[in-house]
Design a protein around this ligand. Sequence first.
Ligand SMILES: [Zn+2]
Length: 342
Amino acid sequence: MSNPGSLPESIASLPKAELHLHLEGSIQPPTVRTLTSRCGLNVSEEEIRLRYAYGNFSEFIEAFKWVTSFLREPRDYALITRDLAEYLLLQDVVYAEVTLSVGVMLLRQQRPEATFEAILRESEHFAGRGLRFNWIFDGVRQFGAEAAMQVVDAARNCASTSIVAFGIGGDELSVDTREFRSVYDAAANLGLHRLMHAGEVGGPEKIREAVELLDIERIGHGIASINDAALMDLLAERRIPLEICPTSNVRTGALALQLHRPLPAIEEHPLPQLYRHGIPVVLSTDDPAMFQTTLTEEYEHARRMGLSKPELAHLASLSFEYAFLSEAEKRALQHTPHEPTK
Ligand SMILES: [Zn+2]
């Protein structure tokens, strides 16, 4: 865990919510070693750290594929859920909506029902320590609409009220947005909220399509909106949040792509511009282990981008405001007694 620097203690210790967080991107190197040894492989932590170092989006995807190839049994998912929960408690997170790559589970011919049961059982142990989870079932865009529909079917079969949303991630340049219309309608019929990764490495039109064709309620990343003033107005007017993950955007090269210049510093991230335009921003880590970041560090980055202390406190409250919870649950969670980290 690195030093959160000069983030005011009053911000660092606020109860927080994490809304854009992938379970499979949260596997710390020592846990990767446990998983690889379960598969009969002896991989050093140094090798894992090398695999977790990348300079662009496709290298990141390769690393994601590599690490998820060791997730074979429900007990493996239980282990990484425990790992993630302990990490979240260190960040004063009291609530997380965690994305599960169910599209990848199905590709590997695993049974999401058994896997999810193991995840749920493990996560429920943490309720007593002041950490609550809900879950997002995620399809992989480049696998197409039919495979995405199977993810919705899996959500139906799991029949859990803690599955709150359906989303699509992966290569946003691959399949046309409108092909997913019936998939999102099926998800909505199950009572699931609608999410999509858009405008991360794709252009602003991907965000506009997600909003206008699929009624997406929160956009994963969406930083391409800085290149389209009318879209920024639309997101602000309709109060559609962007799930902003600054370190991820630097590490995958998405920030360089959207700013049209190589190797931008994290301070050049458009978070302040988007936030001050009136677009709701929920600050997140995306894949904390794979990007070697923490939620506390993301708040420190936001501070270095120029956000004031009241603005940082407001950001923390936005992550509760735009969570898929009832108003009463949001209020209760923000006042949850939680394990203090210091
Ligand atoms: Zn993501």
